[in-house]
Write a protein that binds this ligand. Structure first.
Ligand code: PEP
Ligand code: MG
Length: 313
């Protein structure tokens, strides 16, 4: 029965008692966007723009950027929202024309939004490319920044994006951002929790280090607590808070995230049906109980078990 439910799930996602949750796709370029657009997703929650330029030596021109972004926007048309993330260059994704060379500790270095402090034109040209692509496709993309640590960064980013007439958000992937989520929301239109980096920075454990897998686990209670703080801040002001890290693709964790108040889940296309089917099988009440049960535990294993017990899986 579970298998049949999974295969027949066609979206849009809702809990068994009808609460809508947006299931969105993570995409990297036009081709992956077109593939994702064929599936039962309500849009894109994370377009990783840096992946379009991994092998570029020089910064793409505004016109070149416009073309790449328009391909992704076109794939989703006017009815489905695309969240475009500005360049997340640095650390695990070095980009020749942006990344600072020779950093001792690149994960804690000048990466993501931080790159635009020394090179403000970089962000401005990207926003110009996104705005042009939006006009060309008559779409309304949302724009968010990676690696935001302070409210001032969020405020300045939002102001710059709003000047282009676009909706602005920031990623919550540093504990400081989660703890300040309520203040960030005074300036931005939405938040998106990047659980891969949020876990790395909360646990001080390299996300690429396989021997630290017990720490780089989004089920860690400290990570769940920061997600809950962020989701609660969104609920207070009625602004969307999504999750776009790997955690969103784990069906039982996804249910707990929804119970915390997360309004959208963005994931690799392969995970969409299993998450959709899981949400369809549980009520909002069960999701809330799952969240409470997870937050009450002291280790990831206990949190997983507690949530599975609540969800009856
Ligand atoms: C994250 O950190 O969870 C995230 C979605 O961004 P990336 O994986 O691209 O760093
Ligand atoms: Mg990240």
């Amino acid at each position: 029965a579970a298998r049949a439910a999974l295969e027949s799930w066609t979206g849009p996602a809702r809990t068994s008692d009808g609460t809508r949750v947006k299931i969105l796709a993570n995409v990297a370029d036009g081709a992956s966007a077109r593939a994702a657009a064929d599936g039962p997703v309500e849009g894109v929650g994370l377009f990783r723009t840096e992946l379009c330029f991994l092998n570029r030596k020089d910064e793409p021109t505004v016109e070149e950027q416009t073309e790449v972004y328009a391909e992704v926007l076109d794939a989703f048309g006017t009815e489905r929202t695309v969240v475009i993330r500005t360049l997340d260059a640095g650390s695990d994704k070095p980009i020749a024309f942006a990344t600072h060379e020779g950093e001792e500790n690149p994960a804690l270095g000048v990466r993501g939004l931080r790159l635009s402090f020394g090179n403000p034109g970089l962000l401005e040209r990207q926003l110009a490319g996104i705005a042009a692509a939006a006009r060309q496709t008559s779409t309304d993309p949302w724009v968010m920044a990676p690696m935001v640590a302070t409210v001032v960064e969020a405020r300045e980013f939002a102001a710059q994006v709003h000047e282009h007439g676009l909706r602005a958000g920031v990623m919550v992937e540093i504990p400081s951002a989660a703890l300040q989520a309520h203040k960030m929301l005074e300036h931005v239109d939405f938040l998106s929790i990047g659980t891969n980096d949020l876990t790395q920075y909360t646990m001080a454990a390299d996300r690429m280090a396989s021997d630290l897998a017990h720490l780089t686990d989004a089920w860690q209670p400290a990570v769940l607590a920061l997600i809950a703080i962020t989701a609660e801040a969104g609920k207070q002001v009625g602004k969307p808070v999504g999750v776009c890290g790997e955690a969103a693709a784990d069906p039982s964790l996804a249910a707990a995230l929804v119970g915390m108040g997360v309004t959208s889940l963005s994931m690799a296309s392969a995970a969409v049906r299993s998450v959709g089917a899981q949400l369809a099988a549980v009520s909002m009440d069960m999701c809330e109980h799952a969240a409470e049960a997870a937050l009450a535990q002291s280790d990831p294993m206990a949190a997983r078990d507690a949530v599975r017990r609540v969800l009856g899986g």
